[in-house]
Design a protein around this ligand. Structure first.
Ligand SMILES: [Fe+2]
Ligand SMILES: [Fe+2]
Length: 264
């Protein structure tokens, strides 16, 4: 099921399939007959639509965030992040099945993938209400890098994707909500509020399963986190941090503050 989502290219189709598979997973769980876990080989790169054109981040045109075009570009960038997140969650489900994990691990990432699918569609609806669409502008090419870099390292994946990249989302989303509020774009504000409320859980799942694996391997979580982020994440973490939401998600300051400086 995960590989089927990963190999579907069109965004609306990918996310519809993702939501159907999530519903089937949870229906089976509730019926007390969980879908058995299998083994499959996820693709190195998930299938993506022909557009948007994927550009090196340096070549993605910058627009003033205060302008209508700038806000549209911001929504487009968020849609791109959400679609990428759908693939990231199904990828962690399919990729590490050689490691035995409690079924709750799969529950958490299926739920996250379902939520990212909803987020993608909410933002696409916003774009379409402004006579645009996902694919109308170029987007970042580098989004899958964190996945490629950690394709062989389960704990590295948890450290970099939910605990660094998705935690970063918690830092920047309130500012985006403000910006759309000032512009009177209530549709975008409502979509972003849904995203903001649900993303906290994705970070929390990352932290929970990272700590679980540290316990299994008798590793100190903070030390392990610092080592893995320095190994796989390129660059330093950028303050300001949303300390309150990060704490709610189980990310204490001594996890991320030391990473604001590149290790010498
Ligand atoms: Fe999301
Ligand atoms: Fe997320």
């Amino acid at each position: 099921m995960a590989v089927e989502v990963l190999t579907t290219a069109d965004g609306r189709e990918k996310t519809a399939l993702s939501r159907r598979h999530a519903a089937a997973w949870f229906a089976a769980r509730e019926a007390g007959q969980p879908i058995p876990l299998g083994h499959a080989t996820p693709p190195d790169f998930p299938a993506r639509p022909v557009t948007p054109e994927l550009l090196d981040p340096r070549d993605v045109p910058r627009r003033r965030p205060g302008s209508p075009k700038g806000r549209l570009a911001m929504l487009h960038a968020v849609a791109h992040i959400e679609l990428n997140a759908v693939d990231l969650h199904w990828d962690i489900i399919a990729r590490f099945t050689d490691v035995s994990m409690p079924i709750g691990f799969y529950d958490d990432w299926v739920k996250s993938a379902d939520e990212e699918s909803k987020h993608f569609n909410l933002i696409c609806d916003c774009l379409e209400s402004h006579d645009s669409f996902y694919g109308a502008m170029p987007a970042h090419a580098g989004m899958w890098r964190a996945a490629s870099d950690t394709a062989e390292d389960f704990m590295g994946r948890l450290a970099v994707v939910p605990m660094v990249l998705e935690a970063r989302g918690l830092d920047v989303t309130p500012g985006m909500i403000d910006l759309f509020e000032k512009a009177g774009d209530t549709g975008a504000v409502e979509a972003m509020k849904v995203i903001y409320a649900e993303e906290v859980h994705h970070v929390a799942y990352g932290s929970k399963w990272f700590h679980f694996l540290c316990g299994r391997h008798e590793e100190d979580p903070k030390e392990a986190f610092h080592t893995l982020v320095r190994r796989y994440f390129h660059g330093a973490l950028k303050p300001p941090f949303n300390e309150e939401k990060r704490a709610e998600a189980g990310l204490p300051p001594d996890f991320y503050w030391p990473l604001t400086e590149k290790a010498g």
